[in-house]
Design a protein around this ligand. Structure first.
Ligand code: NDP
Length: 310
């Protein structure tokens, strides 16, 4: 009988205890999952600590693998006490939620909805918004989430460009890659969506030089990670008018401190890291499948590349 330590806040356990044991049983594995397992008896960890703080994995002498519940693994990937395989979460529910958030917020800005929702002067401006096919959108990061969002936006008619580390081909998306590809991906974009992981290479991807490459009055959506953006450069670009708006879901410090300028800025929308979330029912199937693979000695799904950091 294998033992899985569920290392996540109690409210998460309340959700997963309903679905994870069943998924493990359906995978044909005899294993017990619990938030309380003596360190020496832990075979696997289901990992989703609330504060993302460092964990000393050395205290689990028999640990075989760590299955992260989160797609982003920047708080654990560099942990030197972690010497066993680490997998990240690729979850259909998480993907669906992100597609809904991104298309919703892109459409908000594309259609200029704010002007009609908040219109204290009862201004009758009957200028119709342009069609999607005249609004270039760029998605940085074409992985599980960025790729799905780029595809959904292309289906709506937007001319979509995307950028990834390695070359990609996605239907309806003009794909760029590598350092040189970023210039082409950002050039004249009117809406930019950040869905890169936070790694040493992606830190401050959006800085003053990059904001200047966008169309005047462009909109930034950042459901990726706060550290992808140079915050000072962002505020300057908003204040100068180079950027028209920023919808931010992720921040360098979370919760975003109450006195942070983003809260009060008229051109910033703050959403509290709710763009999407791992869904316990679908994610449990992913964890169970990886447990089955680990027990069978098969390659794990969604293995994190510790060198690349994602
Ligand atoms: P993936 O690993 O599937 O995709 C990451 C993409 O970024 C890939 O296309 C990758 O390129 C690209 N990339 C990585 N490094 C570079 C680089 N140096 N230069 C160019 N491109 C790069 O991740 P997901 O799509 O699953 O998740 C993306 C991020 O979304 C997560 O890391 C997390 O930070 C964030 N997230 C936010 C949530 C929220 O609620 N706000 C919820 C869940 C995730 P390549 O394809 O070549 O590998």
């Amino acid at each position: 009988m294998r033992r899985l330590l569920f290392m996540a806040p109690a409210r998460r356990w309340a959700e997963y205890r309903e679905v994870l044991p069943g998924a493990i049983a359906r995978a044909g594995i005899k294993a017990e999952v619990s938030p309380e397992v003596p360190d020496a008896e832990v075979d696997y960890i289901v990992y989703g600590p609330g504060d993302g703080g460092p964990t000393d994995f050395a205290r689990f002498p028999n640990l075989r693998a760590v299955f992260s519940l989160w797609a982003g693994v920047e708080t654990v990937v560099g942990n030197e006490s972690l010497t066993v395989p680490l997998t990240r979460m690729v979850d259909p529910g998480l993907r669906e939620g992100m597609v809904e958030y991104v298309t919703g917020h892109v459409l908000r800005h594309h259609l200029g909805m704010d002007a009609h929702i908040v219109n204290p002067d009862r201004d009758w401006d009957n200028t119709a918004p342009p069609l999607a096919r005249h609004r270039p959108v760029t998605v940085l990061g074409l992985g599980e989430l960025g790729g799905a969002c780029a595809g959904a936006l292309a289906t709506l008619g937007f001319p979509v460009s995307g950028w990834s580390r390695s070359p990609k081909t996605l239907p309806g998306v003009t794909c760029h890659s590598g350092e040189d590809g970023l210039d082409a991906a950002l050039s004249d974009a009117e809406i930019v969506v950040l869905l890169l992981p936070h790694t040493p290479e992606t830190e401050n991807t959006m800085d003053a030089k990059r904001f200047a490459q966008l169309a005047l009055g462009a909109v930034l959506l950042n459901p990726g990670r706060g550290a992808l953006v140079d915050d000072e450069a962002l505020l300057e670009a908003l204040d100068s008018g180079q950027l028209g708006h920023a919808t931010l879901d992720t921040f360098r410090e979370e919760p975003l401190p109450g006195d942070h300028p983003f809260w009060a800025h008229p051109k910033v929308t703050v959403t509290p890291h709710i763009a999407s979330e791992t869904r316990p029912d679908t994610a449990s199937e992913v964890v169970a499948e990886n447990l089955r693979r680990a027990e069978a000695g098969e390659p794990l799904l969604h293995l994190v590349d510790r060198k690349l950091g994602y």
